[in-house]
Design a binder for this molecule. Structure first.
Ligand code: 0A1
Ligand code: ZN
Length: 897
């Protein structure tokens, strides 16, 4: 197994001995010979160790020359390799160091540093990509002011970098280029000191869409979105999302934009979603481009969220940044929280919350319960790129939300205001962040801070009982947290549990006071909505409870925990029908369905046939009542229709998982529901047909489409020809991608014979539209049938697929590994083998994307023994591959530990 002991530890943090206050970069662009001249203004830090060598980071660099204060350096004064530049005896006062490096962006397949995407030059520097451009202290606590001059032939039309444009024009052709080739240049200045990971440069013959935004203090900001030629008609939604984000950040967080211009560039080759470079955000074009004929409602919502996320980073990440990469959640958790709040305000709050919790459960919970579990603020890493995880992002956001729940909206705002005031222009830590809230609200958050330091999803077990004679409801909550790698035992956490009471007849029930039975103190009156669990076994008594009531716990999913209760099936049915908290109505339905699926799966594993557990009539009635309830939002009703996903059922079962049995159980539940709901599904489907063919992308129109498509999908579970015909008609009559793709997906997933011809027709219609083809690839890879494995193998050599483009790889292989539990986890091991083969191949050109694929092995230890054996064999094969990247080795080795 490849061994790599070069780990970085939080406890080893020390500041650099020198500061780099100013960086002046000249970049002469060329596909194979780009020259970067970097002039650094360096000074020893006060209190730094005297005469320490200056050691700058590099990665895959070709060194050209070095000058100190303008003079060429003697060979003995420095050493330069592809990975480091060392100035052996730097002056002990301020000095300038000029370093020249040579790059070949055309050959950069890792998509880190300076690379080319469809002919345009672009950069990606987070986390450690700047060192692939020039030697630098490539770490977030070194903040510098940047001036950038870009030079290129005039065909490279736009020359962009961070900050404000200060000069541009034509220049004489540099030596070595044909004399008749015209060259131009542009100079950019970014007045805000920033870490190197926020540097960006983009240059190319792109199309530009222009708009403007006037800030609340009256400053006029130019907005530019750059896309490939021909895509200009897909930018409106992104531009509109940007303007709404700018306004919302002013209204809700008092944050105003600070430069004169804000630019977004959409590129088709990008390892992640998007990047918040100061004033020059670079996006995976998937999160910019949308028009109704090619993008679904989900795409529209994602674009709005990602545009907002990157824009919000301007304050949470850029103006205040991270001291070191261990603090990544400082910017990411908070910024995800902010983008989730924005989307909640733009759309439906309960619907957004439900979909965020679905995501958290589908991605973060499996991470937290397997070998890759880590803290929200990790303390050791070997490859930082592998820590852009759901735990850092989504659980990090949940921690911010819990803070808001505990401190109240006003307290939370006061803490954040203090944070912005105090740390603007600095690189800080989670401790600084927490201290702002402690100080602003005069509270002690030391126990709460464990959320950053302890990995694993806490288990809560809540037990309630009602004493009619005393009119008291007692509630006992026990917490525990399972062991995670490196953390066998856990301390007791501080957990906010939002709650309320619901009468058995559905009426809300009040109480007079809340007593903490552990201390005997009264802690709240009738308006108390949050219980703060701070002890391993924490008991509360609600007094003045006039009638038998059901506690509705963890409303709005007030903490990222796994909750079990002694609520009965009937209690959950009552909550499902009547809870005033919409999240918990949905959650009650999920609980009942999950319970059924777990039992059914166990029975199947024990040899029963598929129909062993009939679905209780009361569940059907309750579900039907919600579905038909016109007072509920369409989008919410669509969410009620979604059964728990297969990987969630697997996690609930926890060990000896058999994905085939889960799939069969879920399919039989879908069939039973579909049969029992009968014609009512199709009746409602028809009633929801909006004859108005003009497309509106707003949340309510999207909700109507979601419900209608969900009904059609469930109806198809019956596999009847008439319904298949209806779905085919739905496909042909669709005026937008949401409806069209929903029909195609339902026919494919439900294995209807009509699907194949439509898949071909769909491909023929959208051959030249890569983002639509991604949907086509991922749909086929997600289909649970036996033949999918071969189909995925065949698609690898399809002209529409390319191993060089991360979106294509994620759509085909990522979707197979992530969304296809049955085929990825095949008992014969062929699913694991296919994904392992791709990881090994892709690792040679793009280790970061390969490592992301490898993450899909994270739940292998919960599988039944045969499948475990197959998964382990492939993980070992990956780990033993020669010249494996650090990225993939790290994931494979941690999975195997
Ligand atoms: N900071 C970005 C995420 C990001 C991280 C690394 C990247 O390079 C490979 C790119 C983007 C965000 O949170 O949006
Ligand atoms: Zn981010």
């Amino acid at each position: 197994m490849s061994q790599d002991n070069s780990v970085v530890r939080l406890e080893d943090y020390i500041p650099t001995p020198y500061s780099i206050d100013h960086v002046s970069l000249t970049v002469r662009l060329d596909p194979l010979e780009t020259f970067v001249t970097s002039t650094l203004s360096i000074a020893p830090r006060e209190g730094g160790s005297e005469e320490a060598a200056l050691t700058l980071d590099g990665d895959d660099l070709v060194f050209v020359s070095a000058r100190l204060n303008g003079d060429v350096l003697e060979d003995s004064a420095y050493s330069a390799s592809d990975e480091q530049f060392i100035l052996k005896n730097p002056p002990q006062e301020a000095f300038t160091l000029e370093l020249v490096t040579k790059l070949a962006p055309q050959k950069n397949t890792q998509l880190m540093g300076l690379y080319r995407s469809n002919g345009a030059y672009c950069t990606q520097c987070e986390a450690e990509g700047f060192r692939r451009i020039t030697y630098f202290y490539d770490r977030p606590d070194v903040l510098s002011v940047y001036d950038v001059r870009i030079e290129a032939p005039v065909e490279v039309k736009y020359l962009l970098a961070n900050g404000n444009l200060v000069d541009s024009g034509t220049m004489s052709t540099p030596e070595g280029y044909p004399e008749d080739q015209l060259w131009h240049y542009a100079c950019w200045q970014d007045p805000f000191p920033k870490p190197s990971y926020l540097f960006a440069l983009v240059a190319g013959d792109l199309a530009r869409v222009e708009d403007r935004f006037v800030t609340r203090s009256g400053r006029d900001i130019t907005l530019h979105i750059y896309v490939e030629h021909g895509k200009e008609d897909r930018v409106d939604h992104a531009m509109d999302s940007l303007k709404r984000s700018m306004k919302w950040d002013e209204d809700v967080f008092d944050r105003e934009y600070d430069l004169d211009i804000f630019m977004i560039v959409a590129v088709s080759d990008f390892n992640m979603g998007a990047m918040e470079n100061k004033g020059l955000n670079v996006f995976n074009d998937k999160y910019v481009l949308a028009k109704p004929e090619t993008a679904t409602d989900t795409d529209y919502a994602l674009i709005e969220g990602v545009i907002a996320h990157e824009y919000f980073h301007n304050w949470t990440g850029n103006r205040i940044t991270c001291r070191d990469w261990f603090q990544l959640c400082l910017k990411e958790g908070l910024t995800v929280f902010r983008d989730q709040e924005f989307s909640s305000d733009m759309r439906s709050r309960p619907v957004k919350r439900i979909s965020d919790v679905q995501q958290l459960r589908a991605r973060q919970f499996p991470e937290d319960s397997g070998p890759l579990a880590h803290q929200v603020r990790p303390e050791v890493y070997s490859e930082i790129n592998n820590f852009y995880t759901s735990t850092v992002y989504e659980k990090g956001a949940e921690v911010c939300r819990m803070l808001e729940t505990l401190l109240g909206k006003e307290g939370f705002k006061a803490g954040l205001d203090l944070y912005f005031d105090r740390f603007d222009g600095q690189a800080v830590t989670i401790e600084d962040f927490i201290a702002s809230f402690e100080e602003a609200c005069s509270v002690d958050l030391s126990q709460f801070a464990l959320w950053y330091r302890q990995a694993g999803t806490p288990d809560l077990v809540a037990t309630y009982s009602y004493d009619a004679a005393r009119e008291q409801l007692s509630l006992s909550i026990e917490q525990s947290c399972p062991p995670t790698p490196g953390q066998p035992t856990k301390k007791v956490m501080h957990i906010p549990v939002r709650f309320g009471l619901v009468g058995r007849d559905g009426s809300p029930v009040g109480f007079t006071s809340v007593i903490d039975a552990n201390s005997g103190q009264e802690i709240g009156k009738s308006d108390c909505t949050v219980l703060e669990i701070r002890e391993r076994q924490h008991k509360f008594i609600l007094t003045g409870v006039s009638k038998d009531a059901i506690p509705s716990l963890l409303r709005g999913f007030s903490a990222p925990v796994h909750l079990r209760t002694n609520l009965t099936h009937d209690d959950y049915l009552c909550l499902m029908g009547h809870d005033t908290d919409p999240f918990n109505r949905w959650e009650a339905a999920q609980f009942i369905l999950m319970d059924h699926l777990v039992q059914q799966t166990r029975a199947l594993q024990a040899g029963a046939n598929t129909s062993s557990h009939a679905l209780d009539d009361s569940i059907l009635e309750a579900l039907k009542a919600c579905l038909m309830d016109d007072s509920l939002e369409h989008a919410f009703r669509a969410q009620l229709l979604q059964l728990p996903i297969e990987s969630d059922v697997g996690r609930e079962i926890g060990h000896d998982v058999d994905p085939d049995a889960i799939h069969r159980a879920r399919e039989s539940l879908r069939h039973a529901l579909s049969t029992a709901l009968g014609d009512s599904l199709i009746d409602l489907y028809k009633a929801l047909d909006d004859k108005d063919t003009s497309f509106r992308s707003d949340a309510s129109s999207a909700g109507r489409r979601a419900l209608r498509n969900g009904l059609l999908d469930l109806a198809l579970a019956r596999k009847e020809e008439a319904i298949s015909d209806l779905a085919v008609a739905h496909y042909h009559n669709a005026t937008n991608m949401t409806d069209r793709f929903a029909a195609l997906a339902s026919l494919t997933r439900n294995e209807m014979p009509a699907a194949n011809a439509l898949l071909d027709a769909f491909h023929a219609e959208f051959t030249n539209d890569a983002l639509v083809i991604d949907k086509w690839l991922s749909l086929q890879a997600s289909a649970p049938q036996e033949e999918t494995l071969q189909r995925v193998k065949d698609l690898l050599s399809h002209p529409s697929f390319s191993m060089n483009n991360p979106n294509r790889v994620r759509s085909l292989i990522g979707a197979f590994a992530m969304n296809n539990q049955v085929q990825f986890n095949r008992k014969d091991g062929e699913g694991f083998k296919l994904v392992a083969d791709i990881i090994i191949e892709l690792d040679k050109s793009n280790p970061q994307t390969a490592a992301r694929l490898a993450n899909n092995f994270r739940s292998w230890k919960a599988l039944e023994p045969d499948r475990q054996g197959q998964a382990k064999k492939e993980l070992l094969r990956i780990a033993n591959t020669e010249s494996l990247s650090k990225d993939v080795a790290d994931i494979a080795n941690r999975c195997l530990q």
